[in-house]
Design a protein around this ligand. Structure first.
Ligand code: NAD
Length: 482
């Protein structure tokens, strides 16, 4: 049985929300309430920021060497792996994703702490040759107190993706999980103490975006913000940060193209293409949600894609099928809105997956849907659905493929499927995207690989060493030894 207490984790302690308000949390697979969490206000955020500030300026955390911080992160990775079954159960219940997927997410979460634990004392500075008689050193310093606002789609992985580099770099942190999926973050707060983190290094405050989230981004004690979620809220966050002159990273989603040329190996491409959309029920910022297929191969490729897509099965976490429900009733309505509108526009449905028998009627299930051929200007071809909806668009030649791939406001991830090596390079170079995969998609969890987009996909980089750079600022020190 999973229990959650409506408390915040501040300065190493569980504390009541100042105004005492709580909000329910629901299980997407059944629609049932399974606990409640604190519905925090600006007063709770203020307490958390004060705790982080103290930890950074005067506490044990701020005095730790990079090596000791790295060891703590590595120990946290071990604690997480030791509790992987329990954490996966919480994550699956809170998000509805298949248990096997939730467990893989917990392993990836641990890997974030392992990777950045190893990176903490390898963030070196540089010496710059300068004018005669001077010696110049450039070092990297933490920002101070960093704020983190999480989405609901990968709560466990996102906890590691944003907190691990921030902590490795030496920042003290305040994290607000998404109101629709915060149970794993609360359990991780507890486990961070088991790992030995000094109080105030990690603070977790639950609450609604417009109240607790906005209070965090606008708090004058926050030195840097990390946000993942919708473009609309990303814009709000950036404006709130601008009001107090701080920077932020925004990771806001995508409409990522899978560009398939006629010479591609369809047998290896198709299962990867289906999985790249269907994993997490399409609720993935980097979902490969547009298939661009060379027109000359359309009649060969599409029936094979239809066959694979039609086999997708949706169910509750315990069934361990291809994917689970949508996170909330509101998001389900949003996804169904896209599907209904596309149907009403006469866009053909090529295939649909099935919702397994036994899936509870109250669960937020949506049948995966494949549309094609989709008009280039239609909403479903250009906007992020954030659900199990895949669209197929034909293109004429390489130039047309690049034009079509770049014809959205997003630019996060892309894939090129072709056996032609020169074409692989040309297309990868010209597609507007933060990551490009060639004859693969999202290989591995990608923790070591810089990740992030431009345009409506946001800005800044997560993962890899790039994230350590985001969570630090340079200091240039000039010595006159003449
Ligand atoms: P959202 O952007 O509203 O919520 C994301 C986070 O931002 C949550 O923690 C939320 O509490 C917080 N938030 C909301 N309003 C805020 C505000 N005014 N100030 C500060 N923080 C605020 O996303 P959503 O409504 O949960 O989902 C809507 C859409 O967002 C989805 O359909 C999808 O397109 C997109 N989304 C993208 C990602 C991603 O990984 N890029 C993740 C989740 C959702």
């Amino acid at each position: 049985m999973i229990t959650t207490q409506p408390l915040n984790f501040i300065d190493g302690e569980w504390v009541q929300p100042v105004e005492g308000a709580v909000m329910p949390i629901r299980e997407p697979a059944t629609g049932d309430i399974f606990g409640e969490v604190a519905d925090s206000t600006a007063a709770d955020i203020d307490l958390a920021v004060q705790a982080a500030r103290h930890a950074f300026d005067n506490g044990e955390w701020g005095r730790l060497t990079a090596t000791r911080r790295g060891r703590l992160l590595s120990r946290f990775a071990e604690v997480i792996l030791a509790k992987a079954d329990e954490l996966a159960e919480i994550e699956a219940k809170d998000t509805g994703k298949p248990q096997g997927v939730a467990r893989a997410d917990i392993v990836a979460l641990a890997r974030y702490f392992e990777f950045y634990g190893g990176g903490a004392d390898k963030l070196h500075g540089e010496i710059i040759p300068y004018v005669e008689g001077y010696h110049v050193g450039v070092t990297r310093e933490p920002h101070g107190v960093t704020g983190h606002i999480l989405p609901w789609n990968y709560p466990a992985q996102m906890f590691g993706r944003t907190l691990a580099p921030a902590l490795a770099a030496g920042n003290a942190t305040v994290l607000k999980p998404a109101e629709d999926a915060c149970a794993t973050s609360l359990r991780l707060a507890e486990l961070s103490m088991e790992a030995g983190f000094p109080k105030g290094a990690i603070n977790i405050v639950t609450g609604q975006g417009a109240v607790a989230g906005a209070a965090l981004a606008s708090h004058p004690g926050i030195d840097f913000m990390s946000f993942t979620g919708s473009p609309e809220v990303g814009q709000i966050i950036q404006k709130l940060c601008a009001d107090h002159f701080i920077n932020c990273t925004l990771e806001l989603g995508g409409k990522s193209p899978q560009i398939v040329f006629a010479d591609a190996d369809f047998n290896s491409a198709i299962p990867v293409i289906v999985k790249a959309l269907i994993q997490n029920s399409g609720q993935t910022c980097s979902a490969g949600s547009r298939v661009l297929i060379e027109r000359s191969a359309y009649d060969d490729f599409v029936p094979r894609l239809v066959e694979a897509f039609g086999k997708v099965r949706v169910g509750v976490p315990e069934m361990n099928l291809d994917c689970g429900p949508i996170i909330t009733a509101k998001q389900k309505r949003r996804v169904e809105g896209f599907i209904d509108k596309a149907r009403a526009q006469g866009i053909p449905v090529l295939a649909q997956g099935t919702i397994a028998d036994g899936a509870p009627a109250g669960g937020f299930f949506v049948a995966p849907t494949l549309f094609g051929p989709v008009p280039r200007e239609s909403e479903i071809a250009r906007e992020e659905v954030f659900g199990p909806v895949l669209v197929v668009l034909p293109f004429d030649d390489e130039a047309d493929a690049i034009k079509l791939a770049n014809a959205t406001d997003y630019a996060l991830v892309a894939a090129v499927w072709t056996r032609d090596g020169a074409r692989q390079m040309r297309v990868a170079n010209r597609v507007r995207s933060g990551q490009v995969f060639v004859n693969c998609y999202g290989a591995g969890a990608g923790i070591e690989l810089p990740f992030g987009g431009s345009g409506k996909s946001g800005h800044g980089r997560e993962k890899g060493f790039a994230a350590l750079h985001e969570f630090t600022k340079t200091k240039t020190t000039v010595f006159n030894h003449g």
